[in-house]
Design a protein around this ligand. Structure first.
Ligand SMILES: Cc1cc2nc3c(=O)[nH]c(=O)nc-3n(C[C@H](O)[C@H](O)[C@H](O)COP(=O)(O)OP(=O)(O)OC[C@H]3O[C@@H](n4cnc5c(N)ncnc54)[C@H](O)[C@@H]3O)c2cc1C
Length: 445
């Protein structure tokens, strides 16, 4: 274990997390290279009465992976990946990033369904549920999780699977970092190498028509789960297919992806482009690794970010009307309102089968603002808050724990809904003193 303290060289770079909003000064950063290091760090923290922040990929938007005056248990020395192609199993250490997993899996033509930005941490993303471009086809990341190795608050190393410590395994799938430090995740892999993608841009005036089509498509049980629909209210970006006149103009960007047969997908997406009649569009078969890294630079380290989100059963005309008004007021080039289609394999799993309770909603509405200049903070925060207030009456009252910010940290009910009571009981069993509380915190029953 390598310990870094405030006066040590490199401390300032070392204490940084992805979201520049959280400029905190830990008393100690413990870089762990082994499970034994993690056990030692958890014990050291409790002996010294230091508040614990666990840092996987460091992408927590509320900054849960850093802490003033406490200890950061940093897992950047635990990024190894092993793949067993014959058994279709991939094991990722607890500090791995999505890109580590994607590259190792693609060597065998396989994927683990996870998020869309490759520098995100596997740990935080998985423990919250894990939404991404393959979720309608293969489910959330937790739906491919087979086992986890966990260092508990007592400093024990335990395994959790469907049959070994099943309550803990249930809680880890959606209950966040509440139950210990996960040092290994074992996933089932799936075959996939190329994804046909239709990306297109419409004016805000056209948004009701496009989103009515989106709603009809996702509500139709006959829609194949290979089809993923995401629409974004955002300003036009300088992409190769975007006419320069649209760059910087608020509009509706829609990305429809197909995670099945490539020829079938290209044909279908070509037809959809013709039907949607966008101002600008491109349809391409994209290698999985290219797609998974396409947004890395735009959502780079060091941005300031603030987020609110919620689920809804349908994109009703009233909700769409509110979204258009909020979309018109987007400030930063990188801020957006994302409409992420759910359903498909997500809804195959019963609502109480894992700790992730949001299985039945058809849409996840995510409102992340991101900006470069700290001076823009007040207006960006105000835009997110006002946008959320405007759409909230149309949402179901719950939110995705990985898309919530710190001012909702005490709102367990919002994050965990119908699974909260059981989570509180599991928390009481594995972490009765709430040692691991820098997360969307579940209070022990
Ligand atoms: C640019 C960006 C893109 C994103 N894209 C997606 C996406 O496509 N899909 C999606 O679902 N989410 C996405 N998210 C949200 C993301 O899932 C959460 O921010 C998640 O918490 C990040 O995990 P991390 O390990 O990088 O974060 P960290 O900040 O390291 O940790 C997040 C939380 O998990 C805990 N934790 C971290 N490691 C461990 C561990 N090994 N054991 C136990 N607890 C641990 C931390 O203590 C903290 O509470 C994105 C976030 C960002 C910033």
């Amino acid at each position: 274990m390598r310990l870094v303290r405030p006066n040590d060289p490199g401390y300032d770079a070392d204490r940084r997390v992805w979201n520049a909003m959280h400029d905190r000064r830990p008393a100690l950063i413990a870089h762990c290279d082994s499970v034994a290091d993690v056990v030692a760090a958890v014990r050291l923290a409790q002996d010294q009465n230091l508040e614990i922040a666990v840092r996987g990929g460091g992408h927590s938007m509320p900054g849960f992976s850093t802490v003033d005056d406490g200890i950061v248990i940093a897992l950047d020395g635990l990024r190894a990946i092993t793949v067993d192609p014959a058994r279709r199993v991939l094991v990722a250490e607890g500090g791995a990033l999505l890109g580590d997993v994607d590259r190792a899996a693609q060597e065998h033509g396989m994927v683990v369904p996870a998020g869309v930005i490759s520098h995100t941490g596997v740990a935080g993303l998985t423990l919250g549920g894990g939404v991404g471009r393959l979720m309608r086809r293969f489910g959330l990341t937790i739906d491919s999780l087979l086992a986890a190795e966990v260092v508990t608050a007592a400093g024990d190393v335990v395994t959790a699977t469907e049959t070994e410590n099943p309550d803990l395994f249930w809680a880890l799938r959606g209950g966040g970092g509440n139950f210990g430090v996960v040092t290994k995740f074992t996933y089932r892999t799936h075959e996939l190498t190329t994804i046909p993608v239709l990306a297109c841009f419409h004016s805000l005036d056209d948004a009701p028509r496009v989103l009515a089509r989106a709603q009809e498509t996702i509500a139709d049980p006959a829609t194949p789960r290979e089809l993923l629909w995401t629409s974004f209210f955002r300003k036009g970006h300088p992409l190769p297919w975007m006419p320069p006149a649209l760059v910087g103009t608020p509009g509706l960007m829609t990305v429809i992806e197909w995670s099945g047969d490539v020829d079938e997908g290209m044909k279908l997406l070509g037809e959809m482009r013709d039907e949607l009649a966008p101002i600008a569009a491109t349809v391409d078969p994209v290698p999985f690794l290219t797609l998974q890294t396409a947004g890395d630079e735009m959502f780079r380290h060091g941005l300031h970010t603030y987020v609110k989100a919620g689920f809804t059963a349908a994109l009703t005309p009233a909700l769409v009307a509110e979204l258009i008004e909020r979309g018109r007021l987007i400030g930063s080039e990188i801020s957006q309102i994302e409409l992420l289609a759910q359903g498909g394999a997500i809804a195959d799993v019963a609502t109480d089968a894992t700790a992730y309770p949001h299985r039945t909603a058809d849409w996840l509405v995510n409102i992340p603002a991101s900006w470069v200049d700290p001076a823009d903070g007040d207006s960006e925060l105000a835009w997110v808050r006002a946008s959320y207030a405007a759409v909230r009456p149309h949402l179901d009252g719950t939110s995705y724990s990985n898309f919530m910010d710190a001012d909702e940290a005490s709102d367990e009910q919002t994050a965990y809904g119908s699974t909260l009571r059981r989570l509180q009981r599991v928390k009481a069993q594995w972490d009765p003193a709430n040692v691991f509380h820098l997360n969307q915190n579940v209070k022990p029953a």
